[in-house]
Design a protein around this ligand. Structure first.
Ligand code: FMN
Length: 185
């Protein structure tokens, strides 16, 4: 046994874009993110109040969750090491701000999927504040979709396990495959 800790794995790592009034758009890397409701579709991102991005999201009450590829791991790491207080991360990473459809904060054109969110609520937890966002639009590169769902080979998701970045090697099953056993309802 160990002391209590954040041992859930694997995690997606996302690039959250945000912008204050009269400021440049910024990017924060976040691994503490997840789907929290299917109807209405909602996603959560936990951000420490000391992050520059925290104030930007709180002020505008909008953000975009950009899902990077494994080949963007270097940029993801960089956006998690430097602050938008000091650096224009879009410029430093060669990312292009892309006008969003339903929110006023831009997404990252180079990321294959962008989830445009309006802040539903903010919960103070401890070191992190939990931002729950209601997804207003899903914008994606058509190349990462096959048969109406994400094609993992094309989307090449970036996976995070306790400080390590991984890519996804292979698909090993599909939802509902255990019905073959005959003893499921
Ligand atoms: C892989 C990775 C995951 C991270 N996840 C989070 C997170 O979920 N929440 C958070 O507040 N900071 C997280 N960070 C740290 C911020 O991304 C980092 O402090 C960043 O420089 C803040 O940028 P800002 O000052 O421009 O907001 C993460 C960093 C890395 C490298």
């Amino acid at each position: 046994m160990r002391d209590p800790g954040t041992w859930l794995y694997p995690l997606p790592v996302v690039l959250v874009t945000c912008q204050g009034r009269g400021t440049q758009p910024n990017i924060i890397t976040a691994a503490w993110a997840g789907t929290v409701c299917s109807e209405p579709p909602m996603i959560s991102v936990s951000v420490q109040p000391r992050r520059y991005s925290h104030g930007l999201i709180k002020e505008r009450r909008e953000f975009v969750v950009n899902i990077p590829t494994a080949s963007q791991a270097e940029e993801v790491d960089y956006c998690g090491l430097v602050s938008g207080r000091d650096v224009d991360k879009f410029e430093a990473c060669g990312f292009t701000p892309e006008e969003s459809r339903r929110v006023s904060v831009p997404g990252i054109k180079e990321c294959p999927v962008q989830l445009e969110c309006k802040v539903h609520s903010i919960q103070t937890l401890g070191v992190h504040d939990l931002f729950i966002g209601e997804i207003q639009a899903v914008v994606h590169d058509p190349a990462v979709i096959a048969n109406g769902r994400i094609d993992p080979k094309a989307a090449d998701p970036l996976i995070y396990v306790m400080g390590q970045y991984l890519n996804m090697d292979s698909v090993i099953g599909w939802q509902g495959m255990s019905r073959r056993r005959g003893d499921t309802q």
